[in-house]
Design a protein around this ligand. Structure first.
Ligand code: UD1
Ligand code: CA
Length: 453
């Protein structure tokens, strides 16, 4: 990439009313990440000198997400939002004076680093005042159209002002634009207020630059990269495209996925070649699956790490903080949270393991529950290596089951169990010979109609 200093402005001040659910648009999830997080990650991958996010007043929740994902970013407030040109002007003071300024939209999450680098390189090479990322979407409605004279871009015309010919044949404005940082302030200062919408259009910078005799360029990108989200329908469509693209990469790399269309992959899932993902699996954000692990059908994982040789599911739910070590086995209807399952350990059926560690080779019986929450705080359960937890046991945390210890089925364990000890914590069984038959007679008699008695 070029060595020129880079400032990136991410526009996110729009209200997103067309999402129709009151939630800020850019916090809607795509592949488990808020939209804005995708754009911030791509922006940061370009290692800009300055990163500025433009928000409208009151967008506190978005500001929190920005601070969490890009602590170095500055937040500029556009008050009130008066269009895309006005939004970039709101960020002006935070931008470097030289180099390039790249404008991104927080609601356009499929952009790749490669494409942006190509746009920046093209702008620098042509010494263009403005370079626009162009796309040809199958449905171009709503996009501004690019007008050219030879190789030079001369104008961006918003769709409703475009001639039928331009509207039908023109390349579309993705919204991503790179500027020469020195010339940008002069262009912003000249933007006219568009009376019909009471907005300053960033797109008007092109005609203004051309009027000053400055060159403008367009660079075409794969159309899906320029797709923006304006509605729930478009968000779902982007999700489909994102998933398709990611699954193709994983298959190409050697991940085994016999029914890829049924697998959902979170934004930052790291799945090694040779891992096996069966049909109908949801891998939420932060999942890591090593080569040789298998995730059986209908399992739901988030923030979990699975080592090679481990097997998960079918029908397992692994929540954040779960680490499953080599060769361990998590079976059906087992839920884990903040739990480390040691090498070769097994929890094969119907269990809850929360805030727990299970030592290597331990066996957790069906129906075992770690009682980790007392209504106020969470407590830890430790199960030593080689321990055996009998079925239907309640382990009331904080509690430690020693290495090689044995907990009898049906126990409610409230005290630590030393290594190699046997704990039985249930009431003793009472067996009364013949009493079942007697009881049955009595019950039958009671059920019989009155006249018989
Ligand atoms: C804009 C472009 C259009 C392009 C399209 C691509 C203009 C005038 N039009 O239209 O040529 O084809 O994007 O998607 O630029 N925003 C602010 N402050 C504002 C207004 C918008 O920060 O005052 C932000 C929004 O949050 C959003 C982005 O700018 O992230 C685009 O705004 P939007 O209103 O969706 O622009 P379009 O009408 O789609
Ligand atoms: Ca838009």
């Amino acid at each position: 990439m070029s060595q020129e200093p880079l400032s990136i402005v991410v526009l996110a001040a729009g209200k997103g009313t067309r999402m129709r659910n009151g939630r800020p648009k850019v916090l809607h999830p795509l592949a488990g990440w808020p939209l804005v997080r995708h754009v911030l990650a791509t922006a940061r991958s370009l290692e800009p000198e300055r990163l500025v996010v433009v928000l409208a007043p009151g967008m506190e929740e978005v500001a929190r997400e920005v601070r969490a994902r890009a602590p170095e970013a500055r937040i500029a407030i556009q008050d009130p939002p008066l269009g895309t040109g006005h939004a970039v002007a709101a960020a002006r003071e935070e931008l470097a004076e030289a180099g390039a300024v790249l404008v991104l939209y927080a609601d356009t999450p499929l952009l790749s680093r490669t494409t942006l680098a190509r746009l920046l390189a093209a702008r620098a090479e042509a010494d263009a005042a403005v370079a626009v990322l162009a796309i040809r979407p199958p449905d171009p409605s709503g996009y501004g159209r690019l007008r050219f004279s030879g190789d030079d871009l001369v104008e961006i015309v918003e769709e409703r002002h475009a001639s039928p010919d331009l509207a039908a044949r023109g390349l579309c404005n993705s919204g991503v634009v790179a500027f020469d940082a020195r010339r940008l302030p002069l262009l912003l200062a000249e933007l006219p207020l568009r009376a019909d919408k009471n907005e300053y259009y960033l797109t008007d910078t092109v005609a203004l630059a051309v009027a000053r005799g400055w060159r403008c360029r367009a660079v075409e990108a794969p159309w899906i990269e320029g797709l923006g989200v304006n509605s729930q329908r478009q968000l779902a469509e982007l999700e489909r495209l994102w998933q398709e693209r990611r699954r193709a990469e994983l298959l190409e790399a050697g991940v085994v996925m016999p029914a890829p269309d049924t697998v959902f992959v979170g934004a930052d899932c790291d799945i090694e070649p040779g891992a096996i993902i069966e049909p109908y699996v949801v891998l939420g954000p932060g999942v890591r699956i090593r080569a040789g692990a298998v995730v059986h059908s209908f399992s739901h994982l988030e923030g979990a790490e699975i080592a090679g040789g481990a097997a998960i599911g079918p029908f397992a739910r692994l929540r954040p903080g779960t680490v499953v070590e080599a060769g361990a086995r998590i079976g059906n209807f087992v839920e884990t949270k903040a739990a480390r399952i040691g090498a070769g350990a097994k929890a094969n059926h119907l269990a809850y393991l929360g805030d727990a560690s299970v030592g290597a080779g331990a066996n957790v019986g069906a129906g075992t529950i770690t009682c980790n929450y007392d209504g106020f705080a969470k407590h830890r359960t430790e199960i030593g290596a080689g321990a055996f937890i009998g079925s239907n046991s309640a382990l009331v945390a904080p509690v430690r089951i020693g290495e090689g210890a044995f907990v009898a089925a049906g126990s409610t364990v409230t005290e630590d169990v030393p290594d190699d000890a046997l704990a039985i914590a249930r009431s003793r069984q009472e067996t009364r010979p013949g009493r079942a038959a007697l009881l049955r007679q009595r019950l039958q008699k009671r059920a019989r109609p009155r006249e018989a008695g």
